[in-house]
Design a protein around this ligand. Structure first.
Ligand code: NAP
Length: 311
């Protein structure tokens, strides 16, 4: 996997500008981001990010399929009725067929169980992932957001079936460090890579909100998952302080926030979101400086120690 991956949760739905979406995907690929992260429900409308990505692929990148790692997931609410949500075999099997159809792909490189639904035994969900690989609909499998007490069991079931868990996807940023409490170690102990989603805390760890909530930003959009209330005074104040450290490192705040995650050798990739090519280009440059001095780390820890910053 590239150390920086592109996620299509926001900005690639039918409510978004298709030309901008195309430019972001093509520009990402041209710069070495060969990993694109989807899920059945990304949009809005749910499913439209997969449909739009399939169109972009056919229009612009069709001859490059074998150079790309394309992932999708099932587990959150997608269609009406009891089988349209959750982590049952019924949901995963129906969902991957729908996702393949929407994207026009013959297979996904990685297919994830998007979440533990609190009801379905993990044995059933993992068996569905194993069968999806055996049916040739995905090459590898992953788990996303699994609670620590079930994470090991997932790895054991998958390993025993000789379909090892290639990657585990967790939210990880300076403002959400829950994975440091065990999930990272458990993944590393089991040989699973870890990819961080929302590494910029949906934009809070960039210069986006340093001077208020701009029009068209994720927090301002009706369809965005970042709530205005999450752009709290405390987080903005902390981001301003972090930005000062980033400047001294010759980086943007976004670049430093990504580098800060990638400094941990257990991390495989950060999955960023972007609403413009400019944001993408800015973020990719994080790789120019991934090292931190002990002093920088301690200054960052000092800012992050306030518990009100955590999601
Ligand atoms: N497994 C899961 O359950 C799960 C859950 C969530 C996400 N994910 C994956 O992770 C991916 C990334 O999540 P995310 O979109 O929340 O990631 P993120 O990188 O934390 O946030 C992306 C947003 O931050 C802003 N931004 C990015 N770069 C910027 C820059 N250089 N300067 C200023 N603002 C910048 C943009 O907001 P504006 O739109 O305001 O410009 C952008 O849409 C998703 O697309 C998805 O693939 C997985």
């Amino acid at each position: 996997m590239p150390v920086v991956s592109l996620g299509l949760w926001h900005n690639f739905g039918d409510v978004d500008d298709f030309k901008v979406a195309t430019d972001i995907v093509v520009s990402a690929f041209d710069q070495g981001i060969c990993h694109f992260d989807l899920a059945n429900n990304y949009g809005p409308a749910p499913g439209s990010a997969e449909t739009n990505f399939g169109r972009i692929l056919r229009n612009e990148l069709a001859s490059h399929r074998d150079e790309m790692l394309i992932t999708s997931k099932a587990g959150h609410e997608m269609w009406q009725g009891v089988y349209g949500d959750g982590s049952s075999r019924k949901n995963l099997m129906a969902s991957i067929n729908q996702s393949l159809k929407r994207t026009g792909l013959e297979y996904f490189d990685i297919f994830y169980s998007h979440r533990y639904d609190g009801v379905t035994p993990v044995e059933e969900t993992m068996q569905a992932l194993i069968d999806i690989v055996r049916q040739g609909k995905a090459l590898y499998v992953g788990i996303s957001k699994y609670p620590l007490d079930l994470q090991q069991r997932c790895y054991d079931i998958l390993r025993e079936a000789k379909v090892p868990c290639l990657v585990s996807q967790y939210r990880y940023s300076m403002y959400d460090r829950k994975v440091e409490g065990g999930a990272l170690k458990c993944a590393a102990d089991n040989g699973s890579g870890v990819v961080a989603f929302s590494p910029l805390a949906q934009g809070l760890l960039t210069d986006r909100y340093l001077n208020g909530i701009p029009e068209h930003s994720r927090a301002a959009r009706e369809t965005g998952f970042l709530q205005k209330g999450q752009v709290s005074e405390e987080r903005v104040a902390a981001s301003i302080k972090l930005n000062e450290i980033a400047k001294k490192r010759g980086q943007s705040l976004a670049q430093m926030a990504l580098a800060w995650i990638l400094k941990d050798e257990r991390m495989t990739s950060v999955i960023i979101g972007a609403s413009s090519v400019e944001q993408l280009n800015n973020n990719i440059k994080c790789i120019d400086n991934l090292d931190f001095s002990a002093e920088e780390l301690s200054q960052i820890e000092d800012i992050l120690k306030d518990p009100v910053l955590s999601f």
